[in-house]
Design a protein around this ligand. Sequence first.
Ligand code: FES
Length: 197
Amino acid sequence: MSCDDTVDCGRRRLLVATAAAGGVAGVAVAVPFVASMLPSERAKAAGAPVEVDISNLAPGEMKTVEWRGKPVWIINRTKEQLESLKKVADKLADPKSEKNMQPDYARNETRSIKPDILVAVGICTHLGCSPTEKFKTGADSGIAADWPGGFLCPCHGSFFDLAGRVYKSMPAPDNLEIPPHMYLGDAKLIIGEDKKA
Ligand code: FES
């Protein structure tokens, strides 16, 4: 139906114009609101997986990287250190990591994908202090004549072995967390992502 210059037609034109303007305003308001809900680049980066080159990590060495604000240890264990894992098993609270949720590849004696390389979150499972490395063995360690190497939490004295497994009767209830991780080739690790995560 065509529209002439009657009052009804004038009202109809006004309604159409108002609705169109409202639609534009709705879009203009909605865009900044949606944008404010998106994570910032910084927040995305803070949760992003971390790539680590371990090609220069010699046996017996450890490096620490940050992932999601947490320290993650990467340790290249020597043959002697790997041997020590068997010797301490009966002194540990959860030698096979059965108690707490861990990735499948942490449910073995070395708690690792590759036997020599341990990747663990360096935060005590008691109240969140960061344990210190105590790699010196025996009397030189200042801990005990038969100390095989491991970690000591300075806050309340929890001991962990070289696979991050907590000793029996310690304040810390669980083994150290093993973060999701995987290898990209022999010498490159991704922390924060694995095929099963
Ligand atoms: S925080 Fe580590 S023993 Fe308490």
